[in-house]
Design a protein around this ligand. Structure first.
Ligand SMILES: Nc1ncnc2c1ncn2[C@@H]1O[C@H](COP(=O)(O)OP(=O)(O)OP(=O)(O)O)[C@@H](O)[C@H]1O
Ligand SMILES: [Mg+2]
Length: 249
């Protein structure tokens, strides 16, 4: 399997805080890589470094062989890398369809409007929001906004999708539905890098897992290997609930 995304020695400091420290990992084509770690470990910052919200202080990001380090977000999107945001950011006064058309227009292909609308409709259908096409984003429930966030990213027809806690705030039924949608996306050939606190879900979805702690990689491996790693369990000792969840999964 080829590496789709190669991250090498990535570092980012905010003032005196080393948010990401010499981090290296890769996402292989057709797979789901899970990125986990305690609150404040640096997970979202990694996404911000990958899609150009921040430029790294050090390190390199290669995507499909191209060096995309420090490129502006709209350029990274053109390379075929799309993301969702941990805090949902729909255009509140635009409809579901319009939000996704924006995603499609700024995506991998330079789609004309009619084709962008088609890509947007497909994405909306994939996440199950087709009966809310004309609803304003502000009218959706949290679960609906999460699905819209995913649809907007999908409408960009990415090669790699970055998901930042798409299960957070959902009830068990909504979680099951979202897990099904993520599997469908992966089966359609889109590779996925996902951040998730919900251990059972991330352990069952991921092909491999990278564990971050204080900005640095603490462990990497198959879900079962990571769950059994004493270093990983130790890193979460401040959160006994987490250890229980890790063992259950
Ligand atoms: N723009 C910023 N300016 C200054 N500090 C920041 C900024 N963004 C993140 N940080 C800090 O960097 C650290 C890592 O934050 P980050 O949001 O990446 O963590 P996370 O692993 O995503 O956490 P969570 O699980 O709570 O979402 C935190 O200490 C955070 O306060
Ligand atoms: Mg985060």
């Amino acid at each position: 399997m080829n590496a789709l995304l190669e991250v090498e020695n990535l570092s980012k400091q905010f003032g005196g805080l080393r948010a990401v420290q010499a981090l290296s990992f890769e996402v292989r084509e057709g797979t789901i890589l899970g990125l986990i770690g305690p609150n404040g470990a640096g997970k979202t910052t990694v996404f911000n470094l990958l899609n150009g919200v921040f430029a790294p202080d050090e390190g390199q990001v290669r995507f499909r062989g191209a060096d995309i380090t420090g490129l502006a977000p709209f350029r990274v999107a053109r390379h075929g890398l799309a993301r969702t945001n941990q805090i949902v950011q729909p255009f509140a006064n635009m409809t579901v369809l319009e939000n996704c058309v924006v995603g499609a227009c700024f995506g991998r292909e330079n789609l004309p409007l009619a084709r962008a609308r088609e890509a947007a409709r497909e994405a909306v259908t994939l996440v199950g929001l087709e009966d809310r096409l004309d609803a304003l984003a502000s009218q959706l429930t949290i679960a609906g906004k999460k699905r819209l966030e995913l649809a907007r990213a999908l409408a960009a027809r990415p090669t790699l999708l970055l998901l930042d806690e798409v299960l957070a705030g959902l009830n068990p039924v909504e979680i099951e539905r979202m897990i099904g949608i993520i599997r469908t996306i992966r089966d359609s050939g889109i590779s996925i890098l996902m951040i998730e606190h919900l251990m059972q879900a991330i352990m069952s979805l991921s092909d491999r897992i990278v564990v971050l702690n204080s900005g640095a990689k603490l462990a990497e491996g198959l879900p079962a290997e990571v769950a059994a790693d004493p270093m990983v369990i130790g890193a979460y000792l401040g959160d006994p609930g987490f250890v229980d969840k890790l063992r259950e999964s």
